[in-house]
Design a protein around this ligand. Structure first.
Ligand code: ZN
Length: 355
């Protein structure tokens, strides 16, 4: 046999090999083709044994041709492998059983990082904002005496807020779960006086409050408020408005569309409701704002003289303003949460989105 015949046989083998690589559709078929032609026992390699049949001067030439042929076949095999792999991935992505939006799996032993609850973040931000303006941060008990929760706040004995459909009462008469953070107004004033601190007194009191309410998208039985109070000589509505504007700019990072309505609360005179335009629907109306386009953000007003007196100050000389900010509602507005119940649900899918 001469080199021309062997060369023709080699070319035919190479062509077969390339064609079969081309036709292979999965890794198993590719393995088989590679074994058949390129493996140690493969037919292209087997051609080496034919070298002995040739005259010496032609052996080097055939050796070179064999190497070139093997190299081309191996390159074609690598390309075919790449093609099959990409095809498998594309098929997997198209398969409806494979959801590419699923989060990746953490390796065993690696803990998912935790994050602060959005309420905690907002509370801390507000504490920073107010302490930078000279406010003290006060705390008060969640299980409260009736007289701090109602009497000292100028709430008449027959006021409906005292009724059990609004307030959670304990089995001990005169003790309830506080229905607002306002008891800290009187507790705070007394404490301030006792400490002998200078006026004006400036304080905030963030915390949990409880109402016996029907739970819906904008009402929870447990929610978070932030009480604020400033008492001194000559404190006026102008001070109140300035502080509220500073507060909302700090919280939302921009001027908010707000409106003031007269509001009645026993512990302020005059009292106001400060509403913000609903950030969900831009004022068009949605479930969160009860289709009104506005969200009650904070009741505020000048501290009632009776409350000033209950705090141990002189209502003839001292005036003040107070406000109660609904932290839960604020968090919903800021993060576009349309249901306040998510905040206390403990659902990690909700909490994880604030990492
Ligand atoms: Zn709305």
């Amino acid at each position: 046999m001469d080199i021309v015949a062997i060369q023709a046989e080699l070319n035919a083998l190479e062509a077969d090999c390339l064609r079969e690589l081309e036709a292979a559709t999965d890794a198993a078929q590719l393995d088989a083709v590679e074994r058949k032609y390129l493996g140690k026992q493969g037919s292209i390699k087997a051609m080496l044994s034919r070298l002995g049949q040739l005259p010496k001067e032609q052996r080097a030439e055939l050796g070179k041709l064999l190497n070139q042929s093997s190299a081309r076949a191996e390159a074609a095999a690598a390309a075919a492998r790449d093609r099959v792999k990409k095809g498998a991935l594309a098929a997997a992505l198209e398969d409806k059983g494979f959801d590419v939006t699923l989060p990746g799996r953490l390796p065993a032993g690696v803990l998912r990082p935790g994050s602060l609850h959005p309420l905690t973040r907002v509370r801390r931000e507000l504490e920073d904002l107010f302490t930078s303006m000279g406010y003290a941060v006060l705390d008060g008990p969640e299980v409260e005496l009736e007289h701090y929760n109602f009497d000292d706040l100028n709430t008449p004995p027959d006021h409906p807020a005292r009724e059990s459909q609004d307030t959670f009462w304990t089995t001990t008469p005169g003790i309830c779960l506080r229905s607002h953070t306002s008891p800290v107004q009187v507790r705070g004033m007394r404490w301030w006086r006792k400490q002998g601190f200078e006026l004006p007194m400036r304080a905030i009191a963030p915390g949990r409050v409880f109402r016996n309410e029907t739970v819906d998208a904008s009402h929870e039985h447990t929610f978070h408020q932030l009480e604020g109070i400033v008492v001194g000589e000559g404190i006026s509505i102008a001070h109140l408005l300035h502080s509220m504007k500073t507060l909302l700019r700090g919280v939302f990072g921009r001027e908010l569309t707000v409106r003031l309505r007269p509001g009645f609360f026993p512990f302020v005179e005059p009292g106001f409701e400060l509403d913000a335009q609903c950030l969900h629907c831009g004022g068009k109306g949605c479930a969160f704002c009860k289709h009104s386009g506005w969200v009650e953000l904070l009741p505020c007003g000048l501290v009632h003289p009776h409350v000033i007196a209950a705090g141990g100050f002189d209502p003839g000389k001292h005036t003040g303003f107070a406000f109660g900010l609904g932290l839960s509602r604020l968090v919903c507005l800021r993060h576009g949460i349309d249901d306040v119940r998510h905040l206390l649900s403990g659902d990690v899918r909700v909490l994880g989105s604030f990492v």
